[in-house]
Design a protein around this ligand. Sequence first.
Ligand code: HEM
Ligand SMILES: Cc1cc2nc3c(=O)[nH]c(=O)nc-3n(C[C@H](O)[C@H](O)[C@H](O)COP(=O)(O)O)c2cc1C
Length: 498
Amino acid sequence: MTSLDGAEVAKHNSRKSCWIVLDSKVYDITSFLSKHPGGAATLLKQAGSDATTEFKKYHPLDYVNDLPPEAHLGAIDPNTLGQLIKPKEQQDKPVGEASSDNELPHLSMCVSCPDFEKAAKTVMPRKSFIYVSTSANTGASLATNLDDWTRINFRPRVMRNVGDVDMSRSIFGHKAPYPFYISPMGTMGAIHAAGEPEMIKGAVRKGAHMVVSTASTKTTEQIMQSFVDEQKRLKDSSPTRLFFQYYMPVDRQKAIELMRIVKKAGYKGLWITVDTPVLGKRTQDRVLQAEEALAVGIEEDSTADWEAGGENAFAPAMGGRVVSGQLSPHTTWEDLSWIRKEWDGPLVLKGIQCAEDAKLAMQYGCDGILLSNHGGRQLHTAPSALMTLLEIRTYCPEIIGKLEIFLDGGLRDGSDVLKALCLGATAVGVGRPYLYALAAYGAQGVERVTDVLSEELATGMRLLGISSLDQARPDMVNATRLLNEMWRPDTVSLKSRL
Ligand code: HEM
Ligand SMILES: Cc1cc2nc3c(=O)[nH]c(=O)nc-3n(C[C@H](O)[C@H](O)[C@H](O)COP(=O)(O)O)c2cc1C
């Protein structure tokens, strides 16, 4: 095979001719620049250099096979690696603003969820921090998610023997010590060098359940293997189970194939994300993309190949790009019938945002619904999960008890968890706090978030006057403020609308 030297590769460092090294092989990616779903600027920053480390943060290595065979030019001569261009490092510095904020606090200083975000700021490259923190449009949906938890108050009972508390809950028969789980989040390789397996290590050690994202950095099988390995280390003693979040590929064959992989790997349930027919406007991502493009001397136009395929629009996140071939805007409720034939395990719809759709999910035979607005990253001014739960309680209460009901979005305290459970939730998902903790402290941080939330929950239960989650009831919270703002039908008969 041809061997190329570093000095030669380094010459191809422009939009006109762009070569990179991946895993000791040289690739000409000039014609791929405009097709790359992560944008041309991301690649151009690596032009003429060894891009392996950066590449591995975002993709499984076998993604290189997506390049045409003629793009592979040969092997790099290992003695000439020093002649390659050093990748540009702009914007890779942590985001921490004030100088006193720039030191990573000792883990013990993280005593509540927002502390993990502050800690993460001291270590996360700006790009990764924006990926996690970004939200849709003006950020109103995210703000609502956070606010609504504080707009419900408890109605505590006293003198009820709360010496011991039992916080355990089951998700589809799988009992865990907590009623909260780790929400599915993509591209963990951009958060921690070890990616999803590091998150799983923390989850398994604490016995918390986790939902794994389709848009993960590692493959579905690799992630399950890391779970199995960690369980082995603990002699299979952890109650943790993995569920799978499914972004349905547009191509039916691929969709079925992915489901079979998930089933074979042993995931315990399928969470189909339905709030992402297209990607929401991730404002901070847009700013960053524009900056990156300007920094490498190009202005990315909105008609690049990777953006043109609005039909099949979905981007897992990082750059907020459109990725063709994933989640179709054409998906309908009827698709659930063939999905049901392929998937006989528990099926949850992730991203239900009103009572009507909750009811449909039940009619179409789903086992669970996840009330979510995707962490405020999709529809501008979407309802919080809590508001949707109140709608369900008001307009189709028959669902509660029949389906497992999950909520996520803005949960930052164990007492938020408790409020959701009082109102009928089976369990809740926690997203960003776990990612920030992973970025700052790896698996130990993941364990710590779990401890922080469970301690807050245990204290909340005692102060509310319950010793088991089965005792959590709707009359233990005052949701009047939110109920006053809840949607009311503008027609005479609500029944005809549902
Ligand atoms: C050369 C072969 C490459 C191929 C075939 C490729 C392919 C892809 C694909 C299919 C995506 C869509 C997201 C996904 O499915 O995960 C993507 C996104 C991305 N890629 Fe690449 N890529 C390549 C090289 C690179 C390199 C060298 C880098 C970094 C230096 C990079 C950085 C990114 C980023 C940041 C995203 C956005 C991730 C997201 O939105 O979640 N890629 N790439
Ligand atoms: C960085 C990031 C990546 C995410 N990736 C996915 C994903 O791949 N699939 C998905 O269904 N939801 C994804 N979500 C949404 C989460 O599953 C969850 O709905 C949301 O984060 C909960 O809100 P919280 O972060 O305020 O706790 C992502 C959220 C974040 C913050």
